[in-house]
Design a protein around this ligand. Sequence first.
Ligand code: EPZ
Length: 430
Amino acid sequence: MCKYLVSGPSTLYGEVKISPAKNSVLTIICASILLAGEVLIKDCPDILDVRVMCEILKSIGATTLWTKEGLTVNTKNIFTTILPKQKTAKIRASFFMVGPMLARFKTVTVSKPGGCKIGERPLDIHLDGLKKLGASIKENEEEYLITANLLKGAKITLRYPSVGATENLILASVFAKGETNLINVAKEPEVVDLCNYLNACGAKIKGIGSQNLTILGVESLCKSISYTPIPDRIETGTFLLLSYLLDSNVQITNINLQNIYDLTKKINNITCKNSGIYVKIYSDKLYIRSKGEKYSLGDFTTSPYPGFATDLHPIMSAVGLGVRGQTKITETVFDSRFMYLKEFAKMGAKFSLNGNTVTIFGKGENIHGAHLVCPDLRGGASLVVASLSAQGDSVIEKVAYIMRGYSQFDKKLQSLGAKIKLIDGDYIDD
Ligand code: EPZ
């Protein structure tokens, strides 16, 4: 099992290019099922979750090919509608294949999905919506058999703006008969990206970016397309927050500023306390200089977009360890995203957890390196952030979690001068 060896405190200098968004790429791979043709996902990040999705597709007859341009997926020759249990159980996004499989084949067998253990993560919003479109669902303790002889447009109000349910229902509606109205949908940039991708393939989706979408069913989509997904806003936020926490002179390129603007504003507001902090933003890149005493960026409550992203909660907590003052984070999206705290405790961190609110007491204690274990993807990234700022060495185990969502994370950090090394294992062996 590969590990990271990290030495802190590190300083950062140089330029890092953000990869296309994991959570766009995964749904675009699902959407490729609708094309029954070939899609080139340009600059696709080679991350564990993408590899698992490719394995699932290949096991049902699709082909995938990595080239210097990115990842090509061809779903023309899919020959079965039974998704492989042991692979779909590994990753939540595999369930987003249900919509397109139903739309194209009218039936699909899928296991109850796995993924990071960050909460209960039920599927009721997905399943209720699919039933409203005409699907019938049989289940046993391990999997679902879902069929739909005719998917018919419907008006569906989501009880919560679930990202995955929004994407699944969009994908199920693309070929449905008539018009589908989805109300109270997720507005995450990755959902917008999926809609833009589908419209580029010939779908008819209106209201993109709003909380109500209208999808007019079409007969078919184009047979081939090349598409560049949006930059990963969570990777951007991770490097931006890390650059704020450490002493840094860093340029972050290939960003989508709209998706991380609030975070850059929070950091710029600190300059009144410490003129050593400076963020210059451009249309597709930003420059951050961070020197001297760092202060807490304030209190945060996670919520669906455009609120503070739940995926940045653990990273912001790690920043809280190394800055002066308290950082309070209330997690409203997932019900157990605090598993990283027991790893922070090994580093001497002081914090309190009341219900779904954690208060990190920064800088009061000397945060030191420790032997740590990644609890999940974003919790794992928070351990890297905390270790790069702590005094001394850390060993971080189960870094395959991190490789699920960050491509070449240690190499990108090394290129900025961070003292981090992959040991005891090869790239992406989970
Ligand atoms: C997507 O997960 C992302 N994953 C997550 O990123 C992200 O944290 C999450 O959206 C929220 O932004 C992918 O896109 C592959 P949800 P998803 O459905 O779709 C509850 C990462 O680290 N819910 O919006 O699973 C659910 O339990 C990952 O990159 C229901 O109750 O998230 C949760 O509490 C982690 N019933 C809340 O909604 C349902 O049917 C939000 O979940 C569906 C969801």
